[in-house]
Design a protein around this ligand. Sequence first.
Ligand SMILES: *[C@@H]1O[C@H](CO)[C@@H](O)[C@H](O)[C@H]1NC(C)=O
Ligand SMILES: *[C@@H]1O[C@H](CO)[C@@H](O)[C@H](O)[C@H]1NC(C)=O
Length: 453
Amino acid sequence: MIFNAALLAIGLAPLLATAQLSGSVGPTTSYTTKASNKICNVLNYGGVADKKTDIGPAITSAWSACKSGGVVYIPSGDYALGSWVTLTGGKSTAIRLDGTIYRTGTGGGNMIFIEHTSDFELFSSTSKGAVQGFGYEFHKKGSLSGPRILRLYEVTDFSVHDLALVDSPSFHFSMDTCENGEVYNMAIRGGNSGGLDGIDVWSTNIWVHDVEVTNKDECVTVKSPAKNILVENIYCNWSGGCAMGSLSSDVDISDVVYRNIYTWSSNQMYMIKSNGGSGSVSNLVLENFIGHGNAYSLDIDQQWSSMSTVDGDGVQLNNITIKNWKGTEANGAQRGPIKVNCAADAPCTDVTIEDFAMWTESGSYQKEICNNAYGSGACLKSGSGGSYSTTVTVKTAPTGYSAATMAADLKTAFGTVSSIPIPTIPTSFYPGATPISALAGAAKTTSTCSCGN
Ligand SMILES: *[C@@H]1O[C@H](CO)[C@@H](O)[C@H](O)[C@H]1NC(C)=O
Ligand SMILES: *[C@@H]1O[C@H](CO)[C@@H](O)[C@H](O)[C@H]1NC(C)=O
């Protein structure tokens, strides 16, 4: 079943994607067209691949010269980033990062900030481009106040792909108020600590697929407001896990699908987190999830104690389908595979849990908790009114819970005190599935590089 779904997704990706998304995603002009218009090689704008000279000013100058139609080209080689870049007002442009950028500056904010830009592509044509944040230099001193690696704000019709973002001092990649974006073939590898989010997205019409995240916080997480988000083929390879939130006031999230999500040794397979608050989340599908060694599995917690209470009865969660979850959790007596803890004053409605088979890795029983949640499946109650609390103890392993593992699950965390190696982009992000678009580097060796789009 799982493999069929995965294989289907490969063959029919554009078709299936369109069903969830609200229109096309990605740049509207091809890389080739942009490159034939103009190429701004940073080496011609003062850049030096010596891992010492600050590449920041060269990137900024190359951007100015090519932002209205062209390609900022950072060839393979090692570069130092001492001053952060804010790249604004691009139109029909691309940044081709085939080299490795090493953080040397120490300011806060965003190392690479792209805003008010449309028809944009940020990628590596070799799938070897990377940003090394050396976050451990902050983390070993107990500080999480260093810069984020990458932030997109009000960027439309764009893609980001075939890049590794490594050891960010803070968040790795945020998309804020963007539209029509595609993010794929990415490896994000951060320290083993909270506060080092992988991908956070609050935007409209975004397709995130074929991404691996290692850290101990958000894997790929949707925040408010967001609409028409499709997240698939995700490998949370020792992470916090995928989530939605934290949600607070006037939440406005709808039409979100996560599918083919493999989660290993994380805090959860999927969490919706809030505590009080207002607004709504509707039309959410979480399907084809495999988990192993995680603390929580399905964890909807609207009384999340790690968040201080926000004014309001609670965020209204409505029309949520959880389907085809397989695998094992670390300790089902302590943290069972199903926890649907909805707000007493804003019960969840129209929740469906089906084809859900998970079992505990230690002990001989597991718990399922449903509070104030209405719908069908597991411990959910039918109907829609009032508050209730149920805990069910399950003493027999459900049939069909066993599920594939990924061959290369990370066995020990990277910690936070020493440098984290730059990974190569994997060629599978979910058991049995290959990336929906071949890695750009692979495409290059077999034929001419179409390099995205
Ligand atoms: C519930 O969500 C699903 C999946 O997004 C959607 O197809 C369906 O139309 C929604 N139902 C209602 C009543 O909105
Ligand atoms: C999972 O992470 C570990 C450490 O980064 C790595 O060695 C392994 O290759 C990763 N798995 C895959 C499939 O990329």
